[in-house]
Every structure is written in structure tokens, then in C-alpha cells.
Write a protein that binds this ligand. Sequence first.
Ligand SMILES: Cc1cc2nc3c(=O)[nH]c(=O)nc-3n(C[C@H](O)[C@H](O)[C@H](O)COP(=O)(O)OP(=O)(O)OC[C@H]3O[C@@H](n4cnc5c(N)ncnc54)[C@H](O)[C@@H]3O)c2cc1C
Length: 460
Amino acid sequence: MADDDAGAAGGGGASRAARGAASADASAAGAAPVREAADVVIVGAGLTGAAAAWRLAQAGRDVLVLERDVPAGRLGSSHGSARILRYGYADGFYTSLLRRAEGGWRELERASGRRLVTRTGCVDFGPERRIAPVARAFAAEGLEHEVLAPQEAAARWPGISFDSAALFQPDAGVLDAEGTVAALLDAARSLGARVLTGWEAASVRERAAGYEVLARDGRRAEAGRVVVAAGGWLPGLLRELPLADGCLERLPPLRVMQESAFHFPYREPGATPAGLPGPPAAPPGGAISGAAPSDAAASEADAPDEAAVWPTFIHMGSGLPVYGLPGGRDAGHRGQKVARFNAGRPLADASEQDLAVTQGQRRDVVDFVRERMPGLVPEPYAETTCLFTNTPNEDFVLDRWGGVVIASPCSGHGGKFAPLLGELIRDLALPEEPARGLAAVPERFQPWHGSLLEHDGGVS
Ligand SMILES: Cc1cc2nc3c(=O)[nH]c(=O)nc-3n(C[C@H](O)[C@H](O)[C@H](O)COP(=O)(O)OP(=O)(O)OC[C@H]3O[C@@H](n4cnc5c(N)ncnc54)[C@H](O)[C@@H]3O)c2cc1C
């Protein structure tokens, strides 16, 4: 049953609100489903779809978001309060891509009056962590960074046991994924966008004057352009999209993984090297803002914050990498979220997920914490699952066929680019706009318009 929030005030005019109210009334009355209409229909209200909604509404388009569940729902990839925002990639392409996203984060924090990114810094270490190329990427982007000997690093972060030199980058931090989805959709709604929840798109058909999105229960939505940002459900939806022969073959294989993550309590919550009560304020013009722009953010900033003591981290040793970050709201502000990257269960499609964490997954991360994190109690007090939608080289897929845009920017590292991804999707969806079109979208993301990069190692 669709919940329609098209009544929101601001841009978009009465017709949209009237249409929204009509659809809710009609379906409530059991009448034939109302046919929705918009300039652009977006399938999926995770970080990607919500960012696209914001940017397309800013471009003055009538935007309708269709979400099968709820925005940033528990079954997708964008739920929860904590994702790492880091610049530390051996492939400098992603370091500079995040530089391009910085303005968008500041703009969204200003627009929402919320702090969405808390700066904690990120420390990369481990015998397999190739520090040099990452440090080069930092230098190329003029990003502050330090290489510390294991003893120096241990002195700065006594809660972590270092098995190698460490590379520290102070502008990195923790982004509030769920809070960002809410901020993006609020901003889009204030410009007239509508969000229908409980609306599962089953297929997209090309029509004389555009496209029609059909729900399993017969509801329809018409639009000139369609953006498919369906996360882990994309593999199952691809064959229901109006793509030319050969398109699917040119797409990189998408592999959905049910990942797990755990929260471990800090042994000494609240103790910080500098005795700071909360996160340090960002220097003006810093990479990504840390300054609380409003009262709401100020009250959130005053929440006990372990971020000042505990950085985010990436450890590369034997086996798959392990990452960790202050868990924030999800962790009751009293623990670190720790997980092994890509160690989850492969799924054919998101609909196969069972939200179950295996004993093996839990034991593996507990062993890591016991060995490497003396500042944490190696007994998780909370755990969760979440979906990765991977490509073989961890590059994103952002491309357009006719008026249908496919957006799959995940591989476990897409969240930090959200505000920029919204811009790139807008540019793909509105190619007629002079300064837009394909040019702004990195070719390596475009299987149909760019040259697919042969990549053996993935994006580390
Ligand atoms: C455990 C974990 C840790 C991560 N850590 C980081 C990190 O540290 N840093 C980082 O940058 N990124 C990280 N990521 C990646 C980041 O979270 C994802 O890239 C991002 O959330 C992807 O958002 P999305 O909108 O593409 O997908 P989703 O959030 O899954 O959104 C897709 C939406 O589409 C809806 N939908 C699907 N099919 C349909 C349909 N047919 N009709 C209507 N609606 C539909 C779904 O319900 C869902 O809400 C992590 C991800 C996970 C899982």
C-alpha cells in the first residue's frame, strides 16, 4: 500500500500534490490504481536514488521516487548510521573522485542543517597495505597525511595494535548513511519531489512518449526518463528493462553479497588523547565539514563521541581486508563497528538474503579484534547484515540506454560519493542540457559508452 508524501510544500505546484493525493485516495478506495506521471521516475530510495532525486529536483524536474520498502530500508545497502568516508585508495582516481564530492557534502549539510560527516581520520595499516601508492594519491590531491612507525601509531591510538607502519589521513571520517538518505529526500521533497513507498517496480517498458514503470500489482508510472538505482535487486531487474540486445552482455557481472558487521564495546569509552568531549571542529574550508551547522547538529555533536579517540581504519593482512569505524548512533556511541570486507555470502539477488550472520563470520572478526584491537572488548554486542553489489574490479556502473539510466555504484565503497553520484546521474538523465550529458561521467563507469577497464586486482 503506497504511502504518498507528495503533499510536501515547496516547488512542484498543486498538480503534483493533487496527483499524489489522488493516487493515495484511489488505491485506498480500492479503485483501479492511479497512473502516476513525472518527468523522471527513480526506482530505489537508497543513497544513490535519493541523491539522484535531489539533483534532478534541483534541475527543476518533476521527480517521482518509487521504493519497494522504505528509504534506507533494513534490506538494502544504505541503512544505519555509519560508513567510512576515506580518501585512501591506491587508485588515485577514487581519491580525486571524492575530492569532487566534497562540495556536495557541504552543500547537503547546509541544506539540511545536519552534520552528516564526522571527521575522525583514517589509519591504514597491515603487512599487505601498500602505503606508498596511497600516500602518492594523497600528495597528488594535496591531502594532509602522515606515515607513522608502529610504535608512534600505537602511542597515538593505544586501542589498536599495529603490525606495520601506518598511514594516517585526518580528513577521513564517518558518514551517517541513513541520515544522508533522509537529508537528500527532504531536500528533494522541498523542491517538489514525491516518494512512494511500498511500490515495487516489476518492469520498465518503452512507450511512444517515454517510459512506463509497472508494478507487480498493476500500478503504473509514466516518465520521460527512468533512473534504476535498485542496489542488490538490480541483477533481478535487468531483464525487465528496455535495453538493446548486447547491452546485458556488456555489463560487468554484478555479484550481490550479504555482508556482516559487528559492534564491539570500547574498553574505555570517552577517554581521548586530547580530552576532547566531542569531535574536533573542522578547520574552515577543510576537506569535509565537521562544524555543526545548526542546533540539531550541535545537540548531536554533544552526544558522547568516541570518534576523537578512535579513527576509522583499514587493515590489510593475510586474507581479506578488515575495516572499522566508530559505530555512532547504531552503536549507542559506545562501540566500534568492525567487519571483514567481502567476506559475506554470495546471493543471486537481494531477494535471497536471510539477514543471518554465521558463527564463522562472527568468530573470524572476534579473533581479529582479540589480536589487533586491545582497546575493544572482543565480545560483539550488536551485529547486522548489509548488501554489497560488486563488480569484478569494484568500479561503479553509471550509464544510460535511451532514456533509462542504470546506477550501480556500490562494491562496498560507493556511499561516500553520494552527492556527486546524484550529479552524474542527473547529467546522464538530462543529456540535452548543454553542460551535461556523458562528459562528466567517468568513462570507466560506462559499459555502453566507455571502454570497460580490464582490471585484475579490484579498487584497493
Ligand atoms: C556492510 C557495508 C559496509 C559499507 N561500508 C561502506 C563504507 O565504509 N564507505 C562507503 O563509501 N560505502 C560503504 N558501503 C557501500 C554503500 O553503503 C553503498 O554503496 C550504498 O549504500 C549503495 O546505495 P544504493 O542506493 O545504490 O543501494 P540501496 O541502498 O540498496 O538502495 C536500493 C533501493 O532500491 C530499492 N529497490 C530495489 N528494487 C526495487 C524495485 N524493483 N522497486 C522499487 N524499489 C526497489 C530497495 O528497497 C533499496 O531501498 C558499505 C555497504 C555495506 C553493505
